[in-house]
Design a binder for this molecule. Structure first.
Ligand SMILES: *Cc1c(COP(=O)(O)O)cnc(C)c1O
Length: 406
């Protein structure tokens, strides 16, 4: 018989978890598709997608089946032994992208850590050990290891942890002239999110992306795309770079890759990968069969015309609803992003109300996110039902109205 379950609730969080989060007041206990239920049985429509992770909603039958069947077959081997799910998933990622080599790790941070280390290692060997400068962008977010927060462009995440990795410079996003002013023959890599996520849902311009590729080529520097948030169908293509036709040297992806099972990947070319040899980098869990089996099932569904084209249709429905709300309440200064990574920037008088709006939305039964300062972010399932969009937007409108009229 199973042991009695300890009674826990939201108050338990404040007693047992490291105080680095401020979670909502309700505790989700169950999810199905784009609906979630809390401990009291209250139902919510999920526009948060676990921060752009649950790309096929909650408990998608194909993912549950992959997890169950792999769970009864083989859980873990370590990288002392390879495994079939990892080899299959890598082959499919290669077939669908510019990449020729894949590294599996466990989080967005780890994929970026590997990308930055690989860039420094390859360029150091190929060109010069002094060619180490990494150019990154204000408001960028690349994860929480010391290297990742240092390449990230938000000092509040990197200050206070002691000396930072050196030779990283930050310039304004979408400002090619600013990059030109700092790029030189000591530059190792330019690192960016094609759509800045945590920074406020800000897509790179076409000219910026093309300009960066040309500058990197001119200075023998690598172009690294962090598609941890924008990848795996979120933009309406498998990867956002495919909208621009600008190909990176290294790409990282994570959030939606496992549809909710922790797994991430770094993709690169044979040439760059050839700098590495056994033992130079590694991880115990990376490429775990359970994670890769679920991710393969997720990718098989996401990387289809049906799902990718559906993203554009759903975006239109969200945009129409947001515009209708705005013509009534006049709260947004901008609706932006790509595909189902949607940012609604609040007008100046509401910029500090994002938290209140999140809470009001929860009270009305819809889960949403914020990003950057004063930007409401929606990152729902890529296959969310149109009826869920409609009902969720009605709930969101009621929540906004309460905050605006308060
Ligand atoms: C979430 C995110 C990360 C960090 O991923 P973790 O899995 O939280 O480590 C890195 N880059 C971008 C663009 C992200 O959105």
């Amino acid at each position: 018989m199973a042991a009695d379950k300890l009674m826990v609730n939201r108050a338990t969080f404040d007693e047992v978890i490291l105080p680095i989060y401020a979670p909502a007041q309700f505790v989700p206990v169950k999810g199905k598709g784009s609906r979630v239920w809390d401990q009291n049985g209250t139902e919510y429509i999920d526009f948060s997608g676990g921060i752009a992770v649950t790309a096929l909603g909650h408990c998608h039958p194909a993912l549950v089946e992959a997890l169950k069947s792999q769970g009864e077959t083989l859980w873990h081997t370590s990288n002392v032994f390879t495994n079939e799910p990892a080899l299959r998933l890598a082959s499919k990622l290669i077939a669908a992208t510019f990449a020729e080599r894949v590294l599996f790790v466990n989080s967005g941070t780890e994929a970026n850590e590997a990308a930055f280390k690989l860039a420094r290692y390859y360029v150091g060997k190929k060109h010069s050990p002094y060619k180490t400068k990494i150019i990154a962008f204000h408001n960028a977010f690349h994860g929480r290891s010391l290297f990742a927060v240092s390449v990230g462009g938000q000092p509040k995440y990197s200050d206070g942890f002691g000396p930072k990795p050196a030779d990283i410079v930050h310039v304004p996003f979408n400002d090619l002239e600013a990059v030109k002013a700092v790029i030189d023959d000591h530059t190792c890599a330019v690192v960016l999110e094609p759509i800045q996520g945590e920074g406020g849902i800000m897509p790179a311009s076409q000219a910026f992306m093309e300009g960066l590729r040309a500058l990197c080529d001119k200075h023998n520097a690598l172009l690294v795309f962090d598609e941890v948030q924008s990848g795996m169908g979120r933009s309406g293509k498998l990867f956002a770079y495919q909208h621009y036709g600008v190909v990176p040297d290294i790409l990282t992806t994570a959030k939606a890759l496992g549809g909710g099972f922790p797994v991430s990947a770094m993709l690169t070319t044979n040439e760059i990968a050839s700098a590495m040899t056994p033992g130079v980098h590694g991880t115990t869990y990376g490429g775990n069969p359970l994670a890769c089996a679920v991710a393969e099932a997720a990718m098989d569904i996401i990387n289809t015309d049906e799902v990718l084209n559906g993203v554009a249709e759903r975006r239109q429905q969200f945009e129409a609803a947001l515009n209708a709300i705005n013509s009534r309440l006049d709260v947004f200064s901008d609706v932006r992003g790509m595909g189902l990574l949607i940012g609604a920037a609040l007008k100046p008088q509401y910029v500090d109300k994002a938290r209140d709006i999140l809470n009001a939305a929860a009270a009305e039964g819809v889960m949403i996110l914020n990003a950057g300062t004063g930007v409401i972010r929606l990152a729902p399932s890529l296959i969310i039902e149109p009826t869920d969009i409609e009902e969720g937007m009605q709930r969101f409108a009621r929540a906004l109205e309460k905050v605006v009229k308060a």
